[in-house]
Design a binder for this molecule. Structure first.
Ligand code: HEM
Length: 334
């Protein structure tokens, strides 16, 4: 939860770590869409917030005025030790064109339908084991004991790390994703990969000595223009895959369970019509879209009448865009 003072006004002082936003951001975005579709806050050194689909999409596609060099809004700014654009600290998500396309393309074979389908049986088995472990309990925390357990264990398996290390990944995620509103110095210390860097380095060395058929060996053997990837690139992408694979998915599973728990009519309908499951999954992903990344303004310019300054943050609330009535009509109560 936020260590910042409470938000005074969502149009001029918003903070995405404020308990009001964390608990229920939807009415905030609805109101902003009507009154101030590109909000601003002096927090984090200056941050903008578009909430209409059209504006979020425009920013995401505009690589001339916005850089992906840093994609997590926090008190800490890119420092001298950070890898500069266009590669960034965790390629491809922190890369800008033209390098971005290359760094992204080299990952695609590892995420093709066939290798992903191969993970399905073990993932289903894991889910069943987690549910079996709740047998006999009258209540349990579905977020902590179910949703959070799945991605951590799956990504540990994909990267080829020891399963018993899975719990450590929760701490790593907290460091990178959750502790965003701490003071800049503290944030830098958390980001200074320390234990996280040492941990990944040890796994990389093990894989160099003893290659496996997993994502770590895949990255160590990958080539760009006939050359092996720089060690920083390999480490940055591994950390990205850990974060991208865990934080997104546990939020998506948790939000879906929460929706079904609070909307019995949808729960009953899904139980009665299981063929709706693929549609339901798509809708959960759209409505609760568990990724809010950011860009940094790379040059002074005007966007939707707002004066952007180089170095300002631009928060991209994808779920706000997905709920814009101009492009989607959410059922009442979603
Ligand atoms: C519910 C699950 C997920 C959601 C909603 C999601 C969403 C997103 C979004 C919105 C972006 C773009 C961010 C931006 O424009 O800055 C992104 C990028 C990315 N995600 Fe995911 N993601 C999910 C799961 C995963 C998983 C499981 C992995 C891998 C293990 C993954 C790997 C990546 C990578 C490598 C990128 C960077 C792609 C690029 O820069 O071209 N994601 N994800």
């Amino acid at each position: 939860m936020s260590s910042h003072p409470p938000v005074r006004d969502w149009a001029t002082d918003f903070d995405h770590t404020d308990p009001g936003w964390v608990t229920d951001p939807f009415p905030i975005w609805d109101e902003l869409r009507e009154t101030c579709p590109v909000a601003h806050s002096d927090r984090y050194g200056g941050t903008w917030l578009p909430v209409r689909h059209e504006d979020v999409a425009a920013v995401a596609y505009d690589t001339e005025h916005f850089t992906s060099r840093q994609v997590i809004v926090s008190e800490a700014r890119p420092g001298p030790n950070d890898l500069p654009a266009p590669i960034g600290i965790a390629p491809p998500i922190t890369s800008d064109p033209p390098f971005h396309a290359l760094a992204r393309r080299l990952l695609l074979p590892a995420f093709a339908p066939k290798p992903i389908a191969a993970l399905e049986p073990s993932t289903r088995e894991l889910c069943r084991e987690l549910l079996d472990a709740t047998a006999g309990k009258s209540t349990f925390d579905a977020a902590v004991e179910y949703a959070q357990e799945i991605p951590v264990r799956v990504i540990v398996r994909m990267l080829g790390f020891p399963q018993e290390d899975a719990p450590r990944f929760r701490q790593f995620i907290h460091q990178i994703i959750e502790a965003v509103d701490v003071p800049a110095e503290e944030r830098r210390e958390l980001q200074d990969q320390g234990e996280l860097g040492e941990y990944f380095e040890a796994r990389i060395n093990e894989h160099l000595a003893n290659p496996q058929s997993d994502l770590t060996t895949f990255l160590l053997e990958a080539e760009l223009d006939g050359n092996k990837l720089e060690p920083d690139h390999v480490m940055g992408t591994m950390i990205l895959l850990m974060v991208a694979g865990i934080d997104t998915t546990w939020s998506a599973i948790g939000a879906s369970i929460w929706h079904l728990a609070t909307h019995p009519e949808d729960r009953h309908r899904l139980a009665a019509e299981p063929e709706l499951l693929p549609t339901a999954v798509e809708e959960f992903l759209r409505a609760y879209a568990p990724v809010t990344m950011a860009r940094m303004v790379s040059q002074d310019f005007e966007f939707q009448g707002c004066p952007m300054r180089a170095g300002d943050w631009m928060l991209l609330p994808f779920p706000a865009a997905n709920r814009d009535p101009e492009v989607s009509r959410m059922p009442i109560g979603w």
